[in-house]
Design a protein around this ligand. Structure first.
Ligand code: UD1
Length: 425
């Protein structure tokens, strides 16, 4: 495929209404959860993004039949006859590791390639493995593959996670639903996507209580009790937050639709303290601003704390706010690569360890920049919208991993932004 870049003409504003897609981080896990129920499940509100394409390939390699109708995914898991996910898929997308729990649940065995390093820190899987071991899974490493077996079956247990890891909570949840007896997961992740996963599992036949809180209780049932389902994915709080930042940057109003405002409490609080007006309905949020942006202090934390996936977008807001902001990244190492790109656009940022000290400036200048990850990529395009002059964003394949039709949605809000083939410029 021809490599594309995004060109943004600056001095723009964003105004209007934008529909929010289903949550990427939920959809990926709902897809693997369907492996538990043999037959045809339908998942709706699935975003059309490249990470979903990779997960479709993961399911197809296991033997599932997957088809798509607009934003519905139809997954027939009856023909699944393999429990292997090779390196070419896991290296494309780390979230492929979430297939481990469902495969262990369905087959009692799994061969999944170990994920390699990741650009945003070490991102280990030790907590996934320790939790699954407590459930009775035995692991070996064979030429870079994790080989999981359950010689004595899965048995309910009490696990306390060292950190409320989203991925570890999900893998544990998906394996423990078929363990013999009860499992308690303490210090569980509380992200809305965990609740969405628990919901689909319960609709399929599992018995799970407390998802969304720090203690999740699972009463194990037999794999034969699971059946296919029809489930709708929750809205993507990070996509919504990204467009709200766009509105806050340029004054708006920007209204995002298809998102539960309670998913974004901390981000909305920060927008208000930065001087924005924020209004909410049942499934929409509107942001506008008619005075200068105030500086702020933000530290990323597991949900319901401030989401790390909105750190880059808020760092951008801080870069053009009045005064000095301190942004602290507590969830991932090395997640300030975005700051260096923003500095190419004139931002005044000092980084030390996991803190960024941001001195607001009057205006950013358009420049050629590179998306270092998907959230950084989305934020760089927003930076281009309000900067002076033209911005070219390279490596936009990162944006396509998580944002459906980002350019089209920004254009519908009035931005002068387009995708062009890299070779054509
Ligand atoms: C998920 C999201 C990602 C989001 C993150 C935190 C998906 C596909 N991705 O990633 O967008 O930024 O949650 O909200 O849902 N860790 C360990 N050992 C482990 C597991 C995690 O040390 O076994 C560390 C990681 O290196 C990281 C931190 O814990 O520093 C958080 O990771 P985790 O919550 O597991 O994030 P992911 O599930 O990978």
């Amino acid at each position: 495929m021809t490599e594309e870049i995004i060109i943004v003409e600056g001095n723009g504003t964003l105004q209007g209404d934008v529909p929010i897609a289903g949550a990427k981080n939920s959809a990926l896990k709902l897809m693997v959860a369907t492996l538990l129920g043999q037959g045809t499940s339908v998942l709706s509100n699935i975003p059309r993004i490249s990470d979903i394409d990779v997960m479709i390939e993961v399911l197809e390699r296991l033997g599932a039949k997957v088809s798509r109708e607009d934003h519905d995914l139809i997954i027939d898991t009856a023909p699944v006859n393999s429990f292997e996910t090779p390196y070419d898929l896991v290296s494309k997308m780390r979230a492929s590791i979430s297939v481990l729990g469902p495969l262990i649940a369905r087959f009692g065995e799994a061969h999944v390639a170990m994920p390699g390093g990741c650009q945003i820190g070490a991102r280990k899987i030790d907590m996934h493995l320790a939790g699954l071991e407590a459930l009775g899974v035995e692991f070996d490493i064979d030429h870079g593959d994790l080989v999981a077996t359950t010689p004595h079956g899965l048995r309910g247990t009490h696990v306390t996670l060292e950190f409320p890891s989203v991925g570890a909570t999900e893998n544990l949840l998906m394996a423990s639903v078929v363990a013999k007896g009860d499992t308690i997961i303490e210090n569980a992740a509380r992200e809305p996507e965990i609740e969405d996963l628990a919901d689909i599992l319960c609709e399929m036949g599992a018995v799970v209580e407390g998802a969304g809180s720090s203690t999740i209780e699972v009463h194990g049932v037999s794999i034969e009790d699971f059946h296919p389902v029809h489930h709708r994915t929750v809205g993507d709080r990070i996509e919504a937050g990204t467009f709200l930042v766009g509105g806050a940057l340029s004054g708006g109003p920007v209204t995002v639709h298809g998102i539960d405002p309670s998913f974004l409490r901390m981000a909305l609080l920060k927008l208000r303290t930065m001087g924005c007006d924020v209004e909410c309905g049942d499934d929409w949020i509107r942001v506008s601003r008619d005075k200068p942006l105030n500086s702020t202090d933000i530290q990323t934390l597991p949900h319901p704390g401030f989401p790390t996936d909105l750190q880059a977008q808020f760092l951008l807001l801080a870069a053009v706010a009045d005064g000095i902001s301190v942004i602290t990244e507590n969830v991932f190492e090395n997640r300030f690569m975005f700051a260096s790109e923003l500095m190419r656009m004139g931002a005044d940022i000092m980084m030390e360890d996991h803190h960024a000290l941001v001195r607001g400036i009057d205006a950013l200048e358009g420049a050629p920049v590179s998306a270092t990850d998907l959230r950084a990529g989305a934020a760089l395009v927003l930076a281009g919208v309000v900067a002076e002059g033209q911005t070219r964003v390279y490596h936009i394949e990162h944006i396509d991993r998580g944002y459906e039709d980002y350019v089209g949605k920004l254009r519908s809000l009035g931005a002068d932004v387009r995708r062009v083939a890299k070779d054509s410029i």
